[in-house]
Design a protein around this ligand. Structure first.
Ligand code: ADP
Ligand code: MG
Length: 350
């Protein structure tokens, strides 16, 4: 028997993370377009120009370089993180909370959303001295697994795939495109994907690094290491409660979404433009799908993209979702930041 315990509280949370300004953004032409008011409130393009913002002890200004009227828009999210937050701070308030839900047998998902260069991959994967939330989440999962080992028997399997141009590829076993199939028992499955059983977080670093090398990357004008693919890391948890023989299945999906920048605005053309369109289409489909669920629409259009098909059973009523919207503080990314905050608030106002 598979039992499910109702998840409590709202099932989607939206967090904004502002990354530190890059070297380039700290030059003469830098101006900060974000003001964090408190833990959950952020102002885009604030009016006041005299509010000091310090970065590495140097006061930066909210200069209006374009002389256009300031938008001065205030947004409230479940949480806002400044450039001072490390990945562990983000983890503590996002995916750490999902683990309890997962242990109760519910599917969960975590997305990082934002333009290329906004800090999505840094949040997911991080680096040696600041590991990302995938690693921190898995470490916590293994810790809780060990604590429960007297009561439960666990099997943990992971897969890592990418969706690029509506094509699904196994990042841990590169090869031809994989098909999605509907399966009565498991929902949508990826036929032929390689599944890795792991029981320690140490092995994960190598696995992720190996997978990331296989991601499809094309240089664009916007950013040399632009990533136009969605990378999906999935953890399948099978738990057997020893005293009752009850079996609980749960899946955690962590998704590094493709850059949300507008294809047309970043100078793509020809083949690259089609990519841009496909990416926007799937991000649009994702937003529509989440919105449809929220409004209890009878028909929620998950068939619109591979991304929503893959995540159909990880979003919605019996699932818990967190979206981390990554933004740059710089006026150089003015439009991207504005669009990201608007997308994120639309997801939140559910
Ligand atoms: P994206 O995946 O959204 O395109 P990246 O995660 O690759 O963006 O970030 C772009 C650059 O900014 C990288 O060099 C990354 O190391 C750096 N960066 C992003 N977020 C942070 C952060 N919170 N702290 C320090 N460096 C960051
Ligand atoms: Mg990236």
């Amino acid at each position: 028997p598979i039992s499910r315990i109702r998840a409590k509280g709202r099932n989607i949370r939206v967090i904004v993370r502002v990354r530190p300004p890059s070297n380039r953004e700290q030059g003469e032409n830098f101006s900060n377009v974000l003001k964090i008011v408190d833990d959950s409130t952020i102002v885009f393009d604030p009016k006041e120009e005299n509010v000091p913002f310090f970065y590495h002890g140097v006061q930066q200004r909210y200069r209006n370089l374009t002389k256009r009227p300031n938008k001065n828009l205030q947004f409230t999210f479940d949480r806002v993180f400044s450039h001072e937050a490390c990945n562990n701070d983000v983890f503590e308030c996002t995916t750490k909370e999902l683990i309890k839900t997962l242990m109760n047998g519910y599917n969960c998902s975590a997305f990082v959303y934002g333009a290329t260069g906004a800090g999505k991959t840094h949040t997911m994967l991080g680096r040696g001295d600041d590991p990302g939330i995938i690693f921190l989440t898995m470490r916590e999962l293994f810790k809780q697994k060990d604590e429960l080992s007297q009561e439960r028997h666990f099997e943990i399997e992971v897969t890592y795939l990418e969706v690029y141009n509506e094509t699904v590829k196994d990042l841990l076993n590169p090869g031809p495109a994989l098909e999605l199939r509907e399966n009565g028992q498991y929902g949508v499955i990826v036929a032929g994907i390689q599944v890795h059983r792991i029981d320690k977080s140490e092995k994960l670093f190598d696995l992720l690094e190996q997978g990331n090398k296989n991601r499809t990357q094309h240089p664009t004008d916007a950013n040399e290491e632009s990533s136009r693919s969605h990378a999906i890391f999935q953890v399948c948890l099978r738990m057997k409660i020893i005293s009752t023989n009850e079996i609980r299945l749960a899946k955690l999906s962590m998704i590094d979404l493709a850059g949300s920048e507008n294809g047309a605005a970043t100078g793509y053309s020809g083949a690259r433009f089609t990519e841009g369109v496909n990416i926007n289409k799937s991000l649009l489909a994702l937003g529509n799908y989440i919105n449809g669920l929220a409004h209890k629409q009878r028909y929620v259009p998950y068939r619109d993209s591979k991304l929503t098909r893959l995540l159909k059973d990880s979003l919605g009523d019996n699932c818990q979702t967190v979206m981390i919207a990554n933004v740059s503080p710089s006026s150089l990314s003015y439009e991207d930041t504005y669009n990201t905050l608007r997308y994120a608030i639309r997801v939140k106002s559910i």
